[in-house]
Ligand binder design. Structure first.
Ligand SMILES: *[C@@H]1O[C@H](CO)[C@@H](O)[C@H](O)[C@H]1NC(C)=O
Ligand SMILES: *[C@@H]1O[C@H](CO)[C@@H](O)[C@H](O)[C@H]1NC(C)=O
Ligand SMILES: *[C@@H]1O[C@H](CO)[C@@H](O)[C@H](O)[C@H]1NC(C)=O
Ligand SMILES: *[C@@H]1O[C@H](CO)[C@@H](O)[C@H](O)[C@H]1NC(C)=O
Ligand SMILES: *[C@@H]1O[C@H](CO)[C@@H](O)[C@H](O)[C@H]1NC(C)=O
Length: 278
């Protein structure tokens, strides 16, 4: 029993020692803790109890070193100013102190989503399937995507599209969302669609115009060629028909044509001779 108590007290002592030791470990205080929905910000870090001499520090964004923040200063303080916070510059920032081992602390710079259509205009044939895609950049990416079909006029109500209903399917990842519309109908499905990306800071949307072509439309160039050929054949046919009497005339010279035709061509011959003498 006594040895058990000794063991317990020993463990308690060890635990307390460990806690005290960790309390004197290197610590980085950040200011602010995070940046939400701002247009600019200055991030700063203070290092206390460094494990060794500070040989420098730098900042990183989403794991990539920001080159011009590299410094060999031994100061335990560093700050970085983001002059314009947008979907390019939002992300997870970290200040890194070059001690042995290096220590770092992160500050999240968060903005509402930025959403844009992959293509603002899509063309498909009727009965085919259309896929409309929106993509998002920035940090954090949308936690939710929504799709609407807009009405034919601005005053018409827009229709919320539910995944898996009727002809619609939606596939979303944080980066992008795709709306699939099956068995396209010219009257029903042609028009304006809206995609919305949402995170806890806000929402942003973009629009895509879908054009549905008639299957017949694909035939028009072919029909055009057919019409051209028919017209050409007709012209050639008419031309040949008008040339016909001369040919018959040639045959007449061999003396085998009927009398009536003979008279007509003789008459014509006379005209030709008269024209020649003029
Ligand atoms: C860092 O230290 C400076 C000066 O000691 C102080 O003014 C600043 O508020 C501190 N910053 C943080 C994030 O603790
Ligand atoms: C839509 O429904 C399909 C099938 O049920 C599912 O696999 C997909 O993840 C759903 N998409 C979204 C965005 O919920
Ligand atoms: C999608 O998002 C993830 C996480 O942000 C990123 O690592 C990946 O590169 C993105 N993919 C594309 C194709 O943009
Ligand atoms: C859409 O997101 C997925 C998953 O992140 C990615 O694999 C794909 O490449 C993205 N597509 C485009 C066009 O960005
Ligand atoms: C973020 O800022 C925008 C515009 O400045 C504002 O409309 C929106 O309500 C803000 N969101 C939050 C969560 O504060």
């Amino acid at each position: 029993m006594g040895t058990n108590m000794q063991l317990v007290w020993g463990l308690v002592a060890l635990f307390c020692f460990h806690r005290t030791a960790s309390r004197t470990e290197a610590l980085i205080m950040t200011e602010p803790a995070e940046v939400n929905n701002q247009t600019s910000a200055t991030l700063s870090c203070n290092l206390t109890n460094p494990a060794s001499d500070i040989k420098g520090h730098y900042w990183s964004r989403s794991g990539k070193i920001i080159q011009d923040t590299k410094s060999t200063s031994s100061s335990p303080h560093t700050h970085y100013t983001i002059t314009k916070i947008d979907f390019h510059s939002a992300g997870i920032y970290a200040c890194v102190f070059l001690t042995d081992p290096p220590v770092e602390e992160t500050i999240e710079v968060r903005i509402p989503p930025h959403v844009s259509a992959y293509k603002h205009s899509e063309n498909s044939n009727e009965n085919d399937m259309a896929s409309l895609m929106c993509i998002s950049h920035g940090y954090p990416l949308p936690t939710d995507w929504k799709w609407y079909k807009l009405g034919k006029t601005p005053t018409d109500a827009k229709m919320f599209i539910i995944n898996g209903t009727e002809k619609y399917r939606i596939r979303s990842t944080p980066n992008n969302s795709t709306l699939y519309i099956e068995n396209l109908d010219i009257n029903e499905d042609m028009g304006e669609y809206e995609c919305i990306g949402e995170n806890d800071l806000g929402r942003h949307m973009d629009k895509i115009h879908l054009r549905v072509r008639s299957r017949l439309a694909a035939l028009w160039p072919f029909l055009g060629i057919v019409a051209e050929v028919i017209i050409l054949i007709t012209i050639i046919f008419i031309y040949e028909k008008r040339r016909k009497p001369d040919e018959i005339n040639d045959d007449d010279d061999s003396g085998s044509a009927p009398l009536k035709s003979n008279a007509a061509t003789n008459h014509k011959d006379k005209n030709v001779r008269q024209r020649n003498s003029n």
